[in-house]
Design a binder for this molecule. Structure first.
Ligand code: GLU
Length: 475
């Protein structure tokens, strides 16, 4: 049997991290079993669904790299098929027409409540029975599924263990509304059956639907898939993760400068573990993933850990991969990477200092963009009269360099220190501020090498002019 899983979002908004984790688990399980992964858009709620939301979900899935083997299927394109199956159940007397009006159902419910009974649809209630018997063909009606009256539904949830629900707790579910549209729980079963889904991995908010759905599978003569219901994700205050806790949309994480590998690694560990290992390459995740190692209890979202992972991946990923994802941030900031050194070299030099790609984009702007002012604090501290002589000497030496290498630039700094009998800081910091505009950067020789001679010379001259101006103003 080929394992087949699916992710079945309802397009009511963006792809949120909870959905992304469910999608990731479904994707990983399929991959780990050499199986297939299906994407299905559950868009039957026409009032709440939108094309924008569909696009946002597809964008989120693509960004995370969760490629699907089949789909996206759209439930709104499958109504004929659902109705065909409703008709089949009707013909087999596994479903029936119910003509009870809303008013009557409300009346029966009030009666049940008054009698301290569980409020539920009861086909055998004398008033409902009478209405159904008196109805004529063509009167408005819904179609209800004939849920078994006795016994119970038992299933072995791969995360939560054995679950047993008595049929007496389930009433006859509406599977087709008066307007002819099939209902959610029915569509899901027909889809999972038609699409050959072997494992349904979804949020535990759907666990109450499962016994109802299992009865429908059985009535249709369809094989019942294996179920795994994942616990919730909580915010840092223990409440269900929501917008109130900050970013919940996957694309917001892109915007905040996370790499998809980092978010995937974070999400896989949020509720699944393999010993105490924290870092998982995609290949390791696929090889090690198993449903029974998913935690039964809810997990709390921890942004610090996600930042730590992001820094790890910025540091250790191929610079080409980082560059691919950095591009969006460069575009946001109007930084043109063709206007300076190879971006991969800059990433190798600066990346490890950054927790996010937003920080990285901010910190590398000076490689590509000239500036017309120095950071005020850094200039006040380091572009002062005492820096004039060391900077002038450094300028002369860099102008004279015939080979623009990090080693030679390192030697220039060492020679300035030796000739003027000053410590490294007295030239290192002024040079750093001169060439980068600010007080923080990686090793200044390597930075100058990447910035290039022409820009370095111009920027040291600009720093000297700034010192002269400061001195003139002080007099
Ligand atoms: N469409 C449902 C949701 O977005 C998922 C249903 C399922 O996975 O069975 O919550």
């Amino acid at each position: 049997m080929t394992v087949k899983t699916r992710f079945a979002p309802s397009p009511t908004g963006y792809l949120h991290v909870g959905g992304a984790r469910t999608a990731l688990y479904s994707w990983l399980f399929a991959k780990s079993q050499g199986g297939e992964f299906v994407l299905r858009i559950e868009d039957t709620d026409l009032e709440r669904n939108s094309q924008e939301a569909v696009d946002a979900i597809l964008e989120g899935m693509q960004w995370l790299g969760l490629e699907w083997n089949e789909g996206p299927y759209f439930q709104t394109q499958r109504f004929d098929r659902y109705n065909e199956m409703v008709d089949k159940l009707l013909a087999e007397d596994k479903a029936y027409k119910c003509y009870a009006s809303k008013e009557l159902l409300d009346e029966v419910r009030a009666e049940q409540e008054a009698n301290k009974e569980m409020p539920r649809y009861d086909a055998d209630h004398p008033k409902i029975k009478a209405v159904n018997e008196a109805a004529k063909e063509g009167d408005p009606c819904v179609i209800r599924f004939r849920n078994p009256k006795s016994g119970s539904v038992v299933f072995d949830d791969q995360i939560r263990g054995r679950i047993e629900i008595s049929n007496s707790q389930m009433d006859d579910l509406i599977i087709r509304r008066t307007d002819g549209s099939p209902t959610y729980n029915f569509c899901v079963v027909v889809d999972d059956w038609d699409m050959g889904i072997t494992h349904v991995i979804r949020g535990e908010d759907h666990i109450n639907n499962t016994p109802r759905q299992i009865n429908i599978y059985e009535a249709l003569g369809a094989p019942v898939p294996t179920f795994a219901h994942c616990a919730m994700i909580l915010g840092d205050d223990g409440a269900k993760l929501s917008k109130r806790h900050g970013a919940v949309s996957v694309m917001q994480y892109r915007d905040m400068g996370y790499l998809p590998v980092a978010l995937n690694n974070y999400l896989v560990r949020l509720g699944w573990s393999h010993g105490d290992q924290e870092i998982f390459s995609q290949e390791e995740m696929i090889n090690l993933f198993s449903l029974n190692a998913i935690s039964k209890s809810a997990s709390a979202f921890n942004t610090d850990k996600l930042l730590w992972l992001n820094n790890h991946y910025i540091k250790t990923s191929e610079p080409e991969y980082v560059a691919e994802h950095l591009q969006w941030h460069l575009d946001q900031k109007g930084i043109n990477k063709d206007n300076g050194p190879a971006i991969t070299e800059v990433i190798k030099l600066v990346g490890e200092r950054c927790n996010t790609l937003v920080e990285l984009a901010d910190q590398i702007a000076y490689f590509y963009q000239d500036f017309d002012a120095f950071d005020a604090d850094a200039a006040k501290k380091h572009l002062r009269g005492v820096a004039k002589e060391p900077l002038e000497l450094a300028l002369a030496k860099v102008e004279a360099l015939s080979e623009w290498t990090t080693e030679n630039l390192h030697q220039v700094i060492a020679d300035v220190c030796a000739e003027l009998e000053i410590g490294m800081g007295k030239i290192g910091m002024p040079l750093r501020v001169a060439v980068t505009g600010g007080g923080q950067s990686p090793s200044v020789d390597a930075v100058m090498q990447l910035i290039g001679k022409e820009r370095v010379v111009a920027r040291i001259k600009m720093a000297l002019a700034s010192i002269a101006e400061r001195e003139a103003n002080a007099q």
